[in-house]
Structures are given as C-alpha cells and as structure tokens.
Design a binder for this molecule. Sequence first.
Ligand code: GCO
Length: 404
Amino acid sequence: MLHFPQNFLWGAATSSYQVEGGNSNSDWWHWEKKNGLVNSGPACRQYELFAQDFELARSQNHNAHRLSLEWARLEPQEGEFSEQELKHYIEVIDALVSRGMEPVVTLHHFTNPLWLSDSGGWENPAAVKYFLRYCKFVVSALAGRVRFWITINEPLVYIYHSYILGVWPPQKKSVLSAMRAEGHLVAAHIKAYRLIHKLYNDLGLDKPNVSIAKNVQAFVACRDNFLDRLGTILRDYWYNIRIIDKLTRHNAIDFIGLNYYSRQLVEVKNWGIANLIMDTCSLNHHPLKKNSLGWDIYPEGLYNLLICFKKYNLPVIITENGICTDDDGLRWEYIYGHLKQLHQAIGNGVKVAGYLYWSLLDNFEWDKGFTPRFGLNEVNYDTYARTPRDSARKYAEVCKTGAI
Ligand code: GCO
C-alpha cells in the first residue's frame, strides 16, 4: 500500500454555475440565451440539493470539498448585496462543516454578474475594486467557517477562452483585451489576498490559506529538435510558471492550488511567436488513452509539474484533477494513476496537502454543455437522481484509508 500524509485533504470539486442551476443574474446565463448553443438551465439543481450532495460526499468518506460562490447571486445589481443569498451560502458552508468536511471556497469561477460584464468586465480597471467589495462582503461573513480560499479559478483558462478563442463571454478575440483583463485579474487576486488576511487578523482568527486555482498543462516536445524544445520551454514558462512567479514575488500566495488534467504535445511549425506559443502536434505519433474531449491521459505530467513547483517551497493542493469519460473503469485508472504520481512526488519532497477530484457530480461543462461526464456520481438530468459510480466507491476507500 502507498500511504499519504496524515490530515491529507481528500474530496472533490465543483463550481456554482456548473452545478447550482438558475443563475439568471450571471453573464453566462444571458450569453447562453443570446447564443443558443448550450443551456445550463437547472444544471444539477444543487442550489436546492446541496445538503443531499454533501451527504453523498460524506458517505464517500470525503473530508474536504471545493465549491464556488456565485458573485451574480450575492450582488445581483452593482453595489446591492443580497443578505438572502449570503444566508443561503452560510447554510451551504455549514452543511459541509457539520458533516466534517473542510470547505475550499472559490470566489470567482469564470462567471461574472451581468452588470460587471455590461460595464466592460475584467477589461475595466474598476473590476478590481468591485471584486474586493464582493470579497469583503462574503469573506467577513464566512471567515469563522472557512480556512481555504481560492480567489480566482484558472485566470489564464478564463482569459484564453473569453478573450483569445472567443468561445466564452464576452466572446472577444483581442490580445490587447486579454492582456488588460489578465492584469486586472492578477491585481484583484493580490489585493484580495491582502484583504482576506486583514479581515482574519481583525477578527482575531487564525491566518487563512489563500491562493488561486492554477490550471497547468504538461508541455512535451513533439520531436527531439530545437524548435519543439524551445516552444516547450517558452510555453511551460508562459502558461505554467509566470503567474505563480508573480504571486510569490508579491508574497500573495499561501499554497499552490493546481488544476491538472492533461498534456500538450508541442510541434512548432514555424518561427513566429504565435507558433512558439500556440502550435500543437497534429501527427498523433505518441498516442495515449484520451478522455471523451480528446485530452491525453498523462499522469507523469502531474509528477513532473509538482517537482517543478517544489522550488516555491509552498504546500500544494490538487484543486482539480479529473476525466470526462463514459468508461468508469478508465476513470478509476485515471484517478489511481494520478494518485500514484502524487505519492511519488510527496516521496520526493513535494508538500502536497490534498487532492480534490473534478468532479463530485456530472455537471455543465461550459461551452461543451452536459455531454462530458466528469462525475464520481452520475447525474440523471431528467430526474436529477445521483448514482455513485464504481470509481466513487473505489475513491471512497482511498479517502477512508488514506492509501492506494
Ligand atoms: C476548468 C474548470 C472546470 C472544468 C473542468 C473540466 O478547469 O476548466 O475549473 O470548470 O469544468 O476543468 O474542464
């Protein structure tokens, strides 16, 4: 048996918009209606069914759970905060704590209040002060219950889809807009980090643990040549390292939240900067098993990235790792394979403090809709019944024993 450290956080992750349903004050909700491509609708109805879902997680021996709060519910109009929605989220967090699960709370997971989007979204410098005002409202109320905060989920994934690919709202394709929005998101995290620590200090509470959830990819040179190796090094720095470096320089990160899924083969087809940053392999000559979205299954990539992040000497929590697949045997193979790599990294000195599988439930996968199924627990979108998969039962045993 491979044993994990004592007090290791074992659980799963979700995000409010992907599971709650009915988020009609959100920019995503209006974007879906305008585009007609996907419809999150009632999602998994977790807004009403949260206690049932947390009971399911507890029954599967989870001792932690990552979720997000929907800013659009808490501040439906600019400057008007909803005490009713705050009361709802206090009940949600209490439902976790009362079941012995450590809440890991995300404040921004891709979605924005419609009023923020209408005022320029994250390109607007005022977004930073709006975000801080929202953080102060909700963190002050939850501080006594929550020890782990994720300010921004995957800033680069949000920027890339929303401002480069243009497949998420505000559906822009502008490098300038992307750079502006990224700068404001990173500034918002740094200021929110200081605010959250001040709030806890002023309340006489133990220091909180504050970070972002950083999506990382394992970049692998497609061919053993200079261009592909150069592209791999540049992309690794630009995508995986650059923002964490900045947050450590600003002393604005207590642990590293890592979201890891897959690798990207780098085949640079030309000398242009776009080629170095964007070209991917089209040769498919290193075939690996894939998830249902075509992402390579590459557990070694998690080990390599963890060894790379060891230099920061910070605790690491895997805030997302998961697979969309209709083959639950492959789901368990994916989980087991990544936990083995995690264990090996811990054995080589990486301070990993937790693993949160994405996701507790099948849920709304953004512009891919409900087709990709990541859940440990299947969701029937007609009856909203949850059915544990075999992988959930196997993962429950790991959560119980702390070993694989
Ligand atoms: C992300 C998001 C999740 C996704 C998950 C699967 O990492 O993109 O945090 O919202 O659903 O990663 O793509």
